[in-house]
Ligand binder design. Structure first.
Ligand code: IPE
Ligand code: IPE
Ligand code: MG
Length: 258
């Protein structure tokens, strides 16, 4: 029996709507500490936001959502916190399967995935497989991800291909380099959101966010839900993207020229 198709309802703020949203999910620890709880409770509560933002994006017809879940630098955190996060990931990858299926979401991971504990890696591969045929939202989880590591990994593979005569140095351009990144097929993020008010990138998608619009939410990740997502989308709708060019190509400006 085929699944009922998801009804897509896109909010209209009278301007552009992002096809790819990337999120630096920050502030779990601060959210918990502010409530007199241990940091790990913030991570647990953050799962609720992952579920809500994923399903909302799926229902709004967003094409890709990339969530920064664990950075290569996060391995430096206390052993117990890292272990908790890995168990949470493992549990998430099993528990969310019905929600991912109901919302036609395909899961893919980017990062140094082989660094993950065996059990989490196995659950990840299973969930990728189970959701592989879904053709709605692509949910990309950045796990053991670092943008500098991604570029280093790309260069290693590129150098190998040059040595094997598969590609020539003279062929290097932006698009050739893109082919060597973790996920060559997903277009760059249109909108990059960071929660908890921090004004930094923390080694996330450095290459891909060259022209992304940035939005910083003051809320910590566990409290970033549908209303906060709508506020980000409303703000995005007012942005004018130029990619280094001029806005003179908008209809009103060309009319003015005519
Ligand atoms: C984000 O929240 C989750 C991860 C980085 C895994 P943090 O754990 O960074 O929380 P804060 O920023 O310390 O409050
Ligand atoms: C970025 O948050 C990484 C993730 C959200 C997974 P961090 O909390 O690790 O970043 P810094 O240390 O504040 O820059
Ligand atoms: Mg943080």
């Amino acid at each position: 029996m085929s699944r009922p198709r998801l009804k897509i309802e896109r909010p209209d703020f009278g301007g552009p709507f992002p096809e790819h949203i990337a999120v630096i999910m920050d502030g779990n620890g601060r959210w918990a500490k502010g409530r007199g709880m241990l940091r790990v409770f913030g991570h647990k509560e953050g799962i609720g936001s992952v579920r809500e933002i994923t399903t909302e994006c799926a229902k709004m017809g967003v094409k890709s959502l990339t969530l920064y879940a664990f950075s290569v630098e996060n391995w430096k955190r206390p052993r117990q916190e890292v272990a908790f996060l890995m168990e949470l990931l493992e549990q998430f990858l099993v528990d969310e399967r019905p929600t991912l299926m109901d919302n036609n979401v395909r899961l893919r991971a980017i990062g140094r995935i082989d660094d993950l504990p065996e059990a989490a890696l196995a659950r990840l591969r299973e969930t990728e497989e189970i959701t592989a045929k879904n053709d709605g939202l692509l949910l990309r989880l950045a796990l053991s991800y670092g943008a500098r590591a991604e570029i280093a990994d790309a260069l290693k593979r590129f150098a190998r291909d040059v040595a094997a005569g598969k590609v020539r140095e003279s062929e290097i351009d932006d698009e050739t380099l893109r082919r060597y990144l973790y996920d060559a097929t997903t277009p760059d993020p249109d909108l990059l959101i960071r929660t908890s008010g921090e004004l930094r990138i923390s080694n996330f998608l450095l290459w891909q966010i060259s022209y992304s619009e940035i939005y910083v939410a003051k809320e910590c990740w566990p409290e970033f839900r549908r209303p906060q997502l709508l506020a980000a989308l409303e703000d995005y709708a007012k942005r004018v993207r130029k990619f280094g060019g001029l806005v003179s190509d908008t209809p009103s400006a060309s009319e003015a020229r005519a």
